[in-house]
Design a protein around this ligand. Structure first.
Ligand SMILES: O=c1ccn([C@@H]2O[C@H](COP(=O)(O)O)[C@@H](O)[C@H]2O)c(=O)[nH]1
Length: 286
């Protein structure tokens, strides 16, 4: 069997085809209630499948938030597996937002869980935390490269608390965020059109890339930008945060789109409206 195209190339094509929008699948208890679904594993499964049914093949990517499935234990994880399988069948890329990170030997276990071909929990990419050191992520980076999958490493997160850690300056005079971004840039060097080692950079972070010395264009990889919609970011914020790196950005909105459900047509309208907004900010010439 031929090797799959790298994630970065597949994502770049999906963003060209559908616009740079990722819709999060976040079955919050309040949304389950609004959708008249039970707050249990069957509810999160139905919620996820309805989102895939409504938006599969219409957006660049879907991003199930693992936390809302894990809170229902093993049945919740089985529900996540079913949602990922449905998205795969619909031909839509998935980013599993699991934010994993551990010492290298344990990281190998997380890599197998979220990036191995044989794992039903593997999407096309997974989010990782570099808090144990970017070097500890090596097993995930290696397995992602071997399977044509991608990773998004937390760099400048959308929540206000993140700055205290991510803006901190290390012994080499660089901020934590700049250090993480430089590591990704090294790993993505020479990749066309985009590398497969992405970063999470919130759409809400204002001028943090500049103030922390984080060179986003040099990353040469995708930039997952949560914070659109419910967290308050929109066209203006995206353009301001990303500047010259805006062509690399996959903007992400969960509640901002999901609140329109459960009606499939309403979900599609909300996603189309979000896609138009992020496209105007990130690809103004389209
Ligand atoms: O910096 C980050 C990293 C991840 N997230 C996740 O994205 C969604 C955002 O949901 P909204 O409803 O659009 O606010 C959620 O799953 C977060 O865990 C983030 O917000 N910021």
């Amino acid at each position: 069997m031929s090797a799959p195209a790298p994630f970065g190339a597949r994502l770049a094509a999906a963003m060209d085809d559908h616009g740079p929008l990722c819709v999060g699948i976040d079955p919050h208890a309040a949304l389950l209630e609004a959708w008249s679904l039970p707050d249990d594993a069957s509810g999160v499964r139905e919620f996820g499948l309805r989102v895939v049914d409504a938006l599969g093949g219409r957006v660049a990517a879907l991003k199930p938030q693992a936390a809302f499935f894990e809170r229902h234990g093993s049945r919740g994880l089985a529900a996540l597996e079913d949602v990922l399988a449905a998205a795969r069948a619909a031909g839509t890329l998935t980013v599993v937002d699991a934010k994993r990170g551990d010492i290298g030997s344990t990281m190998a276990g997380y890599a197998e869980a979220f990036l191995a071909d044989a794992s039903p929990l593997a999407g096309d990419a997974v989010t990782l935390t570099p808090y144990l050191g970017v070097g500890s992520l090596r097993p995930a980076l290696d397995l992602a490269a071997a399977t044509g999958r991608g990773v998004f490493v937390l760099c400048l997160t959308s929540n206000p608390e993140g700055a205290a850690v991510q803006h901190a300056v290390g012994p080499d005079g660089r901020s934590v965020a700049a250090f993480v971004a430089a590591h990704a840039a090294t790993l993505n060097a020479g990749a066309q059109p985009l590398g497969s080692v992405g970063l999470v950079v919130g759409a809400t972070v204002g001028d943090a890339a500049r103030t922390t010395g984080t060179d986003l264009p040099a990353v040469n990889g995708p930039l997952l930008a949560p914070g659109v919609g419910a967290q308050g970011a929109g066209e203006r914020e995206l353009a301001a945060v990303f500047g010259a790196a805006r062509g690399q950005v996959l903007a992400s909105s969960s509640r901002g789109v999901l609140a329109a459900g459960p009606d499939a047509a309403a979900l599609r309208r909300a996603a189309a409206s979000a896609a138009a907004e992020v496209t105007a900010a990130l690809r103004p010439a389209r």
